[in-house]
Design a protein around this ligand. Structure first.
Ligand SMILES: [Ca+2]
Ligand SMILES: [Ca+2]
Length: 152
């Protein structure tokens, strides 16, 4: 029984089954992460193509979906310029989906990652770095990865 539970747990981790939630509020990146934490969650990480596809599927089914929309992701290079990590796990980016010309660290002030879906400018579920404090957007919280926390 214990072994079966272990296998189920590993299967869930491998498949990247996460719960996503989009609060009905726009905020800057820092406040977005605070809000997710207050829910026992964290800003979303996208660490594989499978996670990317699962996230896009979730957003398409949400009431925040449109042909011109954008969301905070939980990635930043706040700790070290040019080195991107996920706030949920502190892991470096493995999967990436930058838009053309991004990340550009515009004005030397762009350190947080948003996902843009705007068919009018041909940015389809692609990433951009943008100012963490002045830009406000909807954001996606995900359930906390308990396996990851155990590792730390
Ligand atoms: Ca930057
Ligand atoms: Ca940028």
């Amino acid at each position: 029984m214990r072994r079966l539970l272990m296998l189920l747990f590993i299967a869930q981790a491998v498949l990247g089954v996460k719960k996503y939630f989009i609060p009905n509020i726009a905020a800057n990146w820092h406040k977005a992460q605070e809000f997710c934490i207050s829910l026992g969650m964290t800003l979303v990480s996208v660490e594989s193509l499978a996670e990317h596809e699962a996230l896009v599927k979730f957003i398409k089914q949400s009431d925040k979906f449109s042909n011109a929309t954008r969301f905070w992701l939980g990635g930043s290079d706040l700790a070290k310029e040019g080195t991107y990590t996920w706030v949920s796990s502190a892991r470096f980016f493995t999967f990436q989906n930058w838009a053309d010309g991004e990340p550009n660290n515009g004005n030397d002030t762009e350190h947080c990652i948003e996902m843009i879906h705007n068919i009018y400018v041909n940015r389809v579920w692609q990433w951009n770095d943008i100012n963490c404090r002045t830009f406000e957007a909807y954001f996606i919280c995900e359930s906390v990865d308990s396996q990851c926390i155990q590792n730390f």
